[in-house]
Ligand binder design. Structure first.
Ligand code: FAD
Length: 418
């Protein structure tokens, strides 16, 4: 470059949310040469947390990020889920990987916080700016760029803004409207909380379910703390669910009144927990994932619900595609249209894994669901899990062949292995 030549200005992107989709997107945008800022409401990356799965096409994404060895090393290798009756007698048992229809050879189960930390570490290269303890307060898209006001009072202008701020995305609310327009209830509320591992559980869980009431305890390896889980059927719209913790506890106690097994102990542990997570089991379904120069990714755009077990994988795949399409289109709106063309069929196929009869094995709503589950458990006891769960879920998890954006970007900046 001659002395007078000015290097092209790097396009700037603000990403809201630093969990899974946000750091994964930041990683790929940075590699494609964008100037990236990530704003996160929490004071730091949230570590710990429940186990999540990375499967199918998402494994290809983490492999391309050079993170597969670290992610594999964090695999928690759960072994079995036991189903018990009200007296704690075992009705049946399911080896975990067969149970979730996953492919044991390639797929990985790890704590959500561990994955978030690995993704964050992979983006701490000095060029991506993280701003914790802050969030987007206002957005003004004038067609050439976006003026952003932050809760901290700071103001800045970006070429593109991406909401990776989860199920209850504020970016989505600011740009396209209220949450209830896009949430689809799957008919349950659930709570998740940690509690002491008094029973010495290890590498798996115990579930006691009645129609519309599911209780469980889940141990990540030999951890001294386990996760308690309580889910109950409800016809309430997700938006109608109270954000008040005392009301959430009251509602859950009422829903589980009179239930046996360890349920009274779980209810007390829920009430005492300082990490209670309570929400509806729902999906985000949007006719379009972007508006103007703002787009959404991960749960903010297409949360599939934990019932699909695919939220993390969709977030990783969506981030990879969104960054690649931004890199290969000058106009963000063309990029967003291409992102949707490539990712939407994959997203919708994976969202469908959580609807209808899919998922009723773990979240039975009716007595018929319980009977169907018990027939499966009896069949597993007789013949083993082989053949009980068809391979179609695995095919859906891996149904997208990732575009190779590197090949259309000869000027890709030097790549660090992660
Ligand atoms: C109980 C439970 C079990 C699950 N089990 C599985 C599973 O087995 N397999 C699986 O694949 N998935 C599972 N999931 C889903 C998975 O956790 C999510 O789909 C995945 O984390 C989506 O990542 P995300 O980055 O899009 O959103 P999130 O992980 O929700 O992250 C959003 C981030 O944005 C931040 N944020 C929120 N609002 C703002 C704001 N206004 N400004 C700035 N930052 C903001 C949040 O603090 C957070 O860091 C489960 C979820 C739950 C709740």
């Amino acid at each position: 470059m001659s002395k007078t030549e000015v290097p092209p200005r790097r396009r700037s992107v603000l990403v809201s949310g630093a969990s899974i989709a946000g750091p994964a997107l930041a990683y790929w945008l940075d590699r494609h040469g964008f100037a990236v800022t990530v704003v996160e409401r929490a004071p730091t990356i949230r570590t710990g947390g429940y186990p999540i799965d990375v499967r199918g096409t998402a494994i290809d994404v983490v492999e391309r990020m050079g993170l597969l060895p670290q992610i594999r090393a964090a695999h928690i290798a759960s072994r079995a889920m036991n189903f018990v009756d009200g007296q704690g007698r075992v009705i049946g048992s399911v080896p975990i990987y067969e149970a979730i229809g996953s492919d044991s050879a390639r797929d990985v189960e790890l704590p959500r916080g561990t994955l978030a930390s690995l993704l964050h570490d992979a983006t701490r290269n000095g060029t991506i700016a993280y701003r914790f303890n802050d969030s987007i307060d206002s957005l003004h898209d004038d067609g050439q760029g976006i003026d952003v006001g932050f809760a901290s009072g700071r103001r800045a202008r970006y070429d593109v803004v991406i909401g990776a701020d989860g199920l209850h995305s504020r970016t989505r609310r600011l740009v396209v409207g209220p949450e209830d327009t896009f949430t689809h209830s799957l008919g349950f509320c659930f709570s998740l909380f940690s509690m002491p591992n008094d029973r010495g559980l290890s590498h798996g869980g115990i579930v006691h379910a009645e129609a519309g009431r599911i209780s469980g305890i889940w141990a990540v390896q030999d951890s001294p703390r386990v996760f308690g889980f309580l889910a109950f059927a409800t016809d309430d719209a997700p938006a109608a669910i109270s954000r008040d913790v005392a009301e959430q506890i009251r509602r859950t106690r009422a829903a589980f009144a009179g239930m046996g097994w360890e349920v009274p102990r779980l209810l007390d542990a829920m009430a005492a927990a300082d990490d209670l997570y309570f929400d509806s089991v729902c999906q985000i379904r949007m006719p379009c994932w972007s508006k103007g120069r703002v787009a959404l990714v991960g749960d903010a755009a297409f949360a599939p619900s934990f019932r699909s077990g695919q939220g993390t994988s969709l977030a990783l795949v969506g981030a990879y595609i969104l960054a690649g399409e931004l890199a290969t289109h000058d106009d963000p709106q063309d990029a967003f249209a291409a992102y949707e063309r490539v990712a939407r069929p994959f997203v919708e196929a994976n969202q469908a894994l959580a609807t209808g009869d899919n998922g009723a094995f773990f979240l039975p709503r009716t007595q018929k669901d319980i009977q169907a589950r018990d027939r499966v458990l009896a069949e597993i006891a007789r013949n083993g899990p082989t053949g009980m769960f068809d391979a179609s879920k695995q095919a859906v998890h891996a149904s997208l062949r990732l575009p190779d954006y590197a090949s259309v970007l000869p000027a890709l900046p030097s790549v660090s292995p992660g």
